[in-house]
Write a protein that binds this ligand. Structure first.
Ligand SMILES: Nc1ncnc2c1ncn2[C@@H]1O[C@H](COP(=O)(O)OP(=O)(O)OP(=O)(O)O)[C@@H](O)[C@H]1O
Ligand SMILES: [Mg+2]
Length: 646
């Protein structure tokens, strides 16, 4: 697994609005939901911060006023809400209004939670969809530079973290704001002087809370980094378990385990300590404010008459306001931390979504042939297979050219073999032809037209490409072959498998063609995967067939089966066969020998052999090796016979 996936992000310490602005389109795309959310939160916070405390205060003030000898049923309650709203209720009326309030609040809480979850899922799905779509559009060069673990981490964890923050984080901010707003309005409309007493300690909290949160953020980051380190170490240990056992270093690994887990323990303990310390500090501040309110209110300063029921009710009300003010302020710095933490994730996900694919069709081409996701197949011209490389040069990395001024004409329906030493540019030539990469300079013409004038979809739909290490999906044999052409019937799949000689093997499996393959086809040998990939290519009935070391893991006997089948299949198609085993390409119409990104020999097998150059040398070397192998086999046979005699 790529280490990159666990790399700690470069931790930002400030809120960067520019980064979040990019997220607005994901947030406001669902604006009707935001309005529903705002309304439901408005109702809930009004209930919690204003209505409920004031109703309680009214009840508290009314209870001592019940005439002697009467039950609560006879009480008269004067309710005074904000904005000068007043009304008088009897006991039943009060109970009804109270009940209705609870009902409305429950409903708005339900709406808030339901809609926020829904909102979270919508953002998450849109982000993942956009990221995945872009990942599909990006060309090979992007994947050359980007570890797969990085991409998975972006699409899996980061999108979840972003949608969580955008939904729950944003909702918490709005909630806190409404809560504070209603509390302040309620407080000041009730008693300005008591309100000022409560607010007098608030600046202290506004300083202390962010300091603590910042400390906590740092400690939590260290703890997370220790955990990432542990995961990275664990992945390596599990992947390398066989090597560990063969080297007999279990004890050393166990000691390492001790170190990495202890590191997590130490770092997390520090974070917990800060968190644990923070809570009592807040409590002390809030208790001190409560004490101050009680002290000043009950002292003889004329703030209120604590002996009257109305005075007691106001006192109780203001004691409640202390936490109503302090909790949101404290929570605010917590949410701010959450946003800062998610900021780096937003940057990374947006860097993926905003990456421009290097290989794109021009608007004119898209208008005619459609996009990769919406091919207008009806406009696809048939591909004949006449291929021309015109002064093609190519560099994967700037200033390091690997193909130099390649000129080549492959006639329609012919087979071309490319041989040459490792790293000479054979696969690169095939990749350029498939437009996985585009020439740095020069052009490639397909049927006489620069392939950039037609769509990527058009070209690829005409190509069958068998790689050296083909990928097998977690699906049945049937589906795996069908990936080449999803509409293929079982009969067609069977026919293709028979051609490449893998039918008997598949039939011997538990469920035949419906047998499910594991991740990456781990129960198959390298050669069997190549055969499946062959069948996948054949079923597409491609005009261009490219085999890049496609038979390198297949035994010589099976290769013979494929060769004879291929000779039939290749009829009329243009094919490019890259091979190290020269016995497989002697029948090709033409053979190119490449070296260091250039063609150094070009001709048929007979021509090249008679030229006694590079190809002749390569061929004779392999021939000698083969001969040697047969000699060894003969010796082994002789030795075996001797053993029997002994
Ligand atoms: N993705 C890549 N990024 C950078 N350089 C690359 C990349 N792929 C190949 N190269 C370089 O390009 C050159 C040609 O590589 P290529 O894969 O075409 O060789 P090849 O002839 O197919 O070799 P082999 O026989 O080993 O498959 C090599 O020097 C290689 O190091
Ligand atoms: Mg290669």
């Amino acid at each position: 697994m790529a280490n990159f996936a666990f790399e700690e992000e470069k931790a930002p310490s400030k809120f960067n609005l520019g980064v979040w602005r990019k997220m607005l389109r994901y947030t406001f795309r669902n604006w009707p939901l935001l309005i529903v959310l705002a309304l439901s939160m408005l109702l809930t916070t009004f209930y919690d911060s204003s209505f409920m405390p004031l109703m309680n205060a009214a009840a508290i003030a009314a209870i001592p006023e019940i005439p002697l000898g009467q039950s609560v049923a006879g009480m008269i309650i004067n309710v005074e809400l904000i904005f000068g709203i007043r009304f008088t209720l009897d006991f039943v009326g009060f109970a009804l209004v109270f009940g209705a309030g609870i009902l409305i609040r429950s409903l708005s809480i339900f709406v808030t939670f339901f809609v926020t979850n829904y909102f979270d899922m919508l953002i998450n799905t849109s982000l993942r969809r956009d990221a995945f779509r872009r990942a599909q559009e990006l060309s090979f060069s992007y994947y050359d530079r980007t570890p797969s673990g990085w991409l998975i981490a972006r699409m899996q964890n980061d999108t979840s973290a972003i949608s969580d923050t955008l939904s729950w984080g944003l909702i918490r901010i709005v909630w806190i704001t409404f809560e504070l707003l209603f509390t302040l309005i309620t407080m000041f409309s009730r008693d300005v002087r008591l309100s000022l007493i409560i607010l007098s300690i608030a600046p202290l909290l506004m300083i202390v809370a962010p300091i603590f949160q910042r400390l906590l953020l740092k400690a939590q980051r260290k703890a997370r980094s220790a955990y990432s380190n542990f995961v990275r170490w664990l992945v390596e240990c599990i992947n390398g378990v066989k090597t560990i056992k063969t080297l007999n270093i279990e004890e050393k690994m166990y000691e390492e385990a001790d170190d990495v887990t202890m590191n997590i323990y130490v770092k997390r303990r520090k974070a917990f300590k800060i968190h644990a310390f923070f809570m009592p500090v807040i409590n002390i501040l809030s208790a001190a404010t409560t004490a101050l309110v009680i002290l000043l209110a009950t002292a003889n300063f004329g703030l209120l008459d604590a002996m009257t029921p109305a005075g007691v009710a106001t006192l109780v009300l203001f004691i409640g306001f202390v936490s109503q003010i302090y909790n949101p302020i404290q929570e605010f710095s917590e949410v701010a931390n959450e946003f800062i933490e998610t900021q780096a994730k937003v940057e990374k996900v947006m860097s993926l979504i905003e990456t421009k694919p290097e290989i794109v069709d021009t608007p004119k081409v898209v208008a005619k042939y459609g996009t990769l996701f919406d091919n207008k197949k009806e406009n696809f011209e048939p591909l004949n297979g006449d291929l021309v490389f015109e002064h093609v040069s190519f560099s994967y990395v700037k200033d390091t050219e690997v193909i130099h001024d390649l000129n080549l004409h492959i006639k329609q329906g012919t087979s071309l073999a490319i041989v040459g030493e490792t790293g000479s540019g054979k696969s690169t030539t095939a990749n350029l032809l498939c437009r996985f990469y585009e020439p740095t300079t020069g052009r490639i013409l397909v049927d006489g037209i620069d392939y950039k004038e037609r769509s990527v979809g058009w070209l690829r739909s005409n190509i069958g490409y068998v790689q050296q290490t083909p990928f097998v999906f977690r699906a049945s044999f049937y589906d795996n072959v069908r990936y080449g052409r999803p509409e293929a019937s079982l009969e067609e799949v069977i026919a293709a498998c028979k051609v490449v000689g893998v039918h008997d093997f598949i039939m011997a499996q538990k469920d035949g063609y419906q047998t499910e393959l594991d991740d990456g086809g781990s129960q198959l040998s390298g050669g069997q995967k190549q055969l499946i990939s062959f069948a996948r290519a054949i079923i597409r009935n491609p005009r261009l067939l490219i085999l890049d070391e496609a038979t390198s893991s297949i035994d010589t006997e099976s290769e013979g089966v494929i060769q004879s089948a291929m000779n039939k299949i290749l009829q009329g198609r243009t094919s490019i066969i890259i091979a190290h085993r020269l016995s497989t390409i002697v029948n090709c119409d033409r053979i190119l020998v490449m070296s260091e990104g250039k063609i150094i020999e070009d001709g048929s097998h007979c021509e090249l052999m008679s030229r006694k150059g590079h190809y002749h040398h390569l061929y004779m070397n392999q021939f000698r090796e083969l001969n040697l192998e047969s000699q060894i086999a003969t010796y082994e046979e002789q030795i075996e016979k001797m053993d029997v005699k002994l």
